[in-house]
Design a protein around this ligand. Sequence first.
Ligand SMILES: [Cu+2]
Length: 118
Amino acid sequence: MWVINVVGLLFIGLIIWWFWLYKPAAAVDLKNENISIVVNNGIYQPSRIKVVADQKTTLKFIRKDGSLCAATVIFPAIELSAELPLDKEKSIALPALSVGEYAFHCPMKMYSGTLIVE
Ligand SMILES: [Cu+2]
């Protein structure tokens, strides 16, 4: 019986965390920081990236995860996809984008990130 109670409490804790405590990580501003997006352990690091609107940008990725799915990154809104070699930096040229948020992810969406164009 106590097992069920413990599971219930954990579940309630999880709900509280998810709806009230969880905040998406702060976005990294690409014009101030020259970063590479690391693909590892199921997350893009950083996963929220700010870029300047109406201006071409280049994103740099470095993949540490050997799984095949992590090897492709897709930007569905701009119909762009790219292969990421393992342990090697890969630059992806983005066209000038208008203001908005653009999701990017791996084919199965285990990895997901957001491009914030402003
Ligand atoms: Cu995937």
